[in-house]
Design a protein around this ligand. Structure first.
Ligand code: UD1
Length: 426
């Protein structure tokens, strides 16, 4: 199995191209099931999760072509054509690898009237049920049965408009219901919706395909069903989690880095916080420029929450920064239970962290020490890479397949700005 070797201590200087957002791209791919015309997605990231969604869509008979970008910063273009849905079966073997596979349920029910989708797996961060998705589809007139680890969903006469309030502003449930409602009969009113930028990106694409959606980016989304959607060419938004990760990388290692294509608007909470603790982030006409001088960052508390608050997907990376900050900080995780799996690995590198329930108390140390560590989930593993950038000596991150799910060419991007980092093939 591949691993990543990092020798810490280098400041970062130069440019990093930001890829298209994984969490938007996956949902846009699933949305291609809603039309019998071709959907072309530009600015596609090249990631293992995109490969998993490709495998899944091919099972349903979607015709797929990819035009590869030539080098770093040259994204892929993907053409998806679901002329007919040949099967609506999403097998356990694919869905278990990636929870976002479950997002095919809405488009399949809306266009095909039935689906058999495995209950999801994905990152081991808490229970992560799909009850909100299922209750929402039931409210839209679908019958749902659970058998042998599968969801059997049926809406033979089509989905019907309804009013449904999510118990929590779930990203996946909001997006799944949205993609069901665009072809439903009548009006659907969704309350307590996710307002995440990727959810808005999906909504904008659906509108461009002919859907009637109002209220994107607010907690109430109103959708008037239409008879059919058309094909589209649509650019995937820049990845705000990759952006935030490289902002934190610069804050932790020090230096000057320009993130090409990055947007400040989707990273407001992180940028506001880092500016208070000694890192400057400015919008340029090409992206975001990030600067930290040699001074140690100041410790500052944070609480994760739904957008526009601080994202849970940057919690582990921010914790790596707090490990070397001046003072003590408290990091509270409110979105997922059990999302502190990086803590014992950071502790192996000399970090001082105490976890009590959903709060991690981090006492900053002057230096971390390189060590062999183990990636446990997607975002946790990148926090170990960030810690390695500033640790004394060598850090080896094992099980990097977690990183490959969500970070395109991480080691190339970081070595391009001066980090000593390489992939070692097993
Ligand atoms: C998405 C993102 C993930 C991010 C998360 C929160 C993708 C592919 N993944 O995941 O990177 O960390 O949003 O910003 O876009 N819940 C239920 N029942 C449900 C659905 C969710 O209890 O039916 C709970 C979850 O267990 C979790 C919370 O709601 O505690 C938030 O989950 P949700 O917003 O649905 O996250 P995902 O869509 O899975």
């Amino acid at each position: 199995m591949d691993r990543i070797r990092i020798r810490g201590g280098n400041r970062l200087k130069g440019e990093i191209p930001i890829s298209g957002a994984k969490n938007s791209a996956l949902k846009l791919m699933a949305a291609s099931l809603l039309t019998d015309e071709p959907v072309t997605l530009t600015n596609m990231p090249r990631l293992a999760d995109i490969g998993a969604m490709t495998d899944l869509l091919m099972q349903f008979g979607v015709n797929m072509n990819v035009r590869r970008g030539a080098g770093l910063g040259q994204s892929d273009t993907m053409r998806l054509h679901a002329a007919r849905i040949e099967s609506a079966f999403a097998p356990y073997d694919i869905v278990r690898k990636m929870r976002a596979s479950f997002q095919v349920l809405g488009p399949l029910l809306a266009r095909h009237g039935e689906a058999k989708v495995s209950l999801p797996g994905g990152c081991a961060i808490g229970a992560r049920p799909v009850d909100f998705h299922l209750k929402g589809f039931e409210a839209m007139g679908a019958t749902i049965e659970l058998a042998d680890g599968y969801v059997l969903a049926s809406a033979k006469g089509g989905l019907k408009g309804t009013t449904f309030e999510f118990p929590f502003a779930s990203v996946g449930a909001t997006e799944n219901l949205m993609t069901g409602a665009v072809l439903a009969r009548g009006r659907t009113v969704l309350k307590n919706c996710a307002r995440e930028p990727e959810t808005q990106d999906l909504g904008r694409c659906l509108i461009a395909m002919g859907a009637k959606i109002e209220g994107l980016g607010t907690s109430e989304i109103i959708i008037d069903g239409v008879d059919r959607l058309s094909g589209i060419e649509y650019p995937v938004m820049p990845d705000r989690i990759e952006t935030g990760t490289y902002i934190i990388a610069t804050a932790i290692a020090g230096g000057d880095v320009e993130l090409i294509g990055a947007q400040a608007s989707s990273n407001g909470a992180l940028i506001g916080l880092l500016e208070k603790i000694g890192t400057e982030v400015k919008q340029t006409n090409r992206g975001l420029s990030v600067h930290r001088n040699g001074v140690r960052p100041t410790a500052m508390d944070v609480k994760t929450d739904v957008f526009p608050a601080f994202p849970t997907d940057l919690q582990a990376q921010y914790m790596a920064l707090m490990c070397v900050a001046n003072g003590t900080s408290h990091i509270r995780e409110t979105v997922f239970e059990n999302r502190f799996m990086h803590v014992p690995e950071l502790a192996r590198m000399g970090a001082k962290i105490h976890v009590d329930g959903d709060v991690a108390t981090v006492t900053g140390v002057e230096t971390l020490k390189g060590a062999p560590v183990m990636a446990t989930d997607l975002r946790a593993s990148v926090s170990l890479v960030l810690a390695g950038l500033v640790a004394e000596g060598e850090t080896i991150v094992n099980r990097v397949y977690h990183l490959d799910r969500g970070f395109e060419r991480l080691e190339e991007k970081l070595s391009g700005v001066g980090a000593e980092i390489e992939r070692q093939q097993a």
